[in-house]
Design a protein around this ligand. Structure first.
Ligand SMILES: *Cc1c(COP(=O)(O)O)cnc(C)c1O
Length: 210
């Protein structure tokens, strides 16, 4: 592919720089870098970029729209693992479960319960993070901080969900104990304009519009 080699080498340097930065941040606070994992947020980037990242050893990719993911994932290497990092509507939990290993952006109790039911029906466990809106009015999504404790209490009744953490945008820095770092531009470069070739049947949208 034209330019493929160049793209890969540029990505290799960016990846190396990011990994080194994460290692230094962990060292500063005495954390084990193995406890911090990277999600390569590939939204807007095409399968060629995902493939290039896979070849460099990146395994976990993030998408923010069910519809984009549904079209992109079949075109990407099979070893890639996918996480949803964007807003999910409750009527999309089934397709989301079929695509994603983990959901970083659970922003309501209603969604949490819907995911639990769907995961139970699918006979699997699902790790999730609760998204907390620390940006106030600047962000449309996320639980208000004062609702987090109440929602966490409800998680005791969940059958299939493991609430493994909180997601906040803007992200908390590594020094503050993040376990998943979501990286987009810093790894892939400027956002691209990859679009699925055509809309799925019915042409519905998934409402993920971050
Ligand atoms: C797009 C996105 C990122 C990556 O953003 P960059 O600015 O490209 O690094 C991280 N987290 C979420 C939830 C995103 O939607």
């Amino acid at each position: 592919m034209l330019g493929g080699g160049l793209m890969v080498s540029g990505m290799a340097e960016r990846l190396q720089a990011v990994v080194a930065r994460m290692a230094r941040a962990c060292e500063r606070v005495g954390r084990d870098p193995a406890g911090v994992r990277m999600v390569a947020v590939s939204k807007t980037h095409g399968p060629a970029n995902v493939r290039a990242a896979c070849e460099l050893g990146v395994t976990v990719f993030g998408e923010n729209r069910v519809q984009e993911a549904r079209q992109k994932i079949p075109l990407c290497p099979g070893q890639a693992v996918w996480h949803l990092v964007g807003h999910l509507q409750t009527n999309k939990v089934r397709p989301a479960l079929a695509l994603f290993e983990m959901i970083h952006s659970v922003d309501s109790l209603k969604l949490l319960l819907a995911l639990d039911v769907a995961a139970d029906q699918a006979g699997r466990r699902l790790p999730v993070c609760l998204e907390v809106n620390v940006a106030g009015e600047a962000s449309k999504f996320g639980l208000p901080p004062d609702q987090v404790a109440g929602v966490l209490r409800e998680t005791a009744h969940l059958r299939r969900l493991d609430v493994v953490g909180l997601m906040a945008i803007p992200p908390v820095s590594v020094e503050e104990g993040a376990t998943w770092i979501r990286l987009g531009t810093v790894l892939f470069g400027r956002r691209d304009s990859w679009k699925p070739a055509r809309l799925p049947q019915g042409g519905e949208t998934d409402g993920g519009d971050q």
